[in-house]
Design a protein around this ligand. Structure first.
Ligand code: SAH
Length: 213
């Protein structure tokens, strides 16, 4: 199959799995997943599969990236926080939809590699941080949207506190590696509304910085 055909099939897979928001589809058509997948799995970048990346982490399945982005309902003037930069793919998608994206990973190596790809792609509205993202980024709060791409047992308190009133947070929660639920939290004047979206499987949200290899 030619590259063009593989990219067509990639977009078809997204639509057939429920990614229907036009802005999200356009962003995923614009941002090539290829550069975010390195090494032996590079030739599988256009399959709707999670794939291994450095530091024992994974780049999420494209249809899940699409569904999470869609649930986040990002608006053009939004300031978005992503916890779990990983390959940088999700942040790059968000960069097409938001005014500015703050992305945090506990592995410095992943952050550096993602920065290189953002620069190559000419993306200028992503700000990267190597830190424990479960504490959020207090200096840059509040955020209109917050997305976690690693699973916590519950929505971390500091992140709830850094969500603007009217804001949306999407995250996988669960007590084990195998059973997790994607939830959408909306902050109102008086509190937080929770909605369960679907079952998912993500790597765990861990405390502190990652070991450097
Ligand atoms: N969004 C990524 C996939 C992320 S995989 C992509 O598009 O490729 C989950 C990531 O969360 C991993 O890179 C892991 O290092 C990171 N992570 C786990 N716990 C974290 C924490 N407390 N703070 C920041 N990043 C964390």
């Amino acid at each position: 199959m030619s590259l063009a055909e593989r990219k067509m099939q990639f977009l078809y897979a997204l639509r057939s799995k429920g990614v229907t928001d036009k802005r999200v589809l356009t962003a995923m058509e614009t941002i090539d997943r290829g550069p975010f997948v390195r090494g032996v799995f590079a030739n599988r970048a256009y399959e709707d599969m999670p794939l291994p990346i450095a530091c024992g982490q994974t780049i999420s399945q494209p249809s899940i990236v699409g569904l999470m982005t869609q649930a986040l309902n990002v608006q053009p003037r939004n300031k978005v926080l992503e916890i779990g930069t990983g390959s940088g793919y999700q942040a790059a998608i968000l960069s097409q939809l938001a005014r500015r994206v703050y992305t945090v990973d506990r592995h410095r190596r992943l952050v550096r590699e993602a920065e290189d790809i953002f620069a190559q792609m000419g993306i200028g509205n992503i700000i990267t941080f190597t830190a424990d993202g479960s504490r959020g980024l207090e200096d840059h709060a509040p955020f209109d949207r917050i997305l976690l791409t690693a699973a916590a047992e519950d929505a971390p308190g500091p992140l709830l506190a850094q969500l603007r009133v009217g804001g949306i947070m999407v995250l996988p929660v669960g007590q084990s590696d195998t059973v997790q639920t994607l939830i959408k939290v909306t902050r109102s004047e008086t509190g937080f509304d929770y909605e369960e979206l679907r079952g998912v499987r993500f790597v765990p949200l861990l405390e502190g910085l990652g070991d450097e290899e």
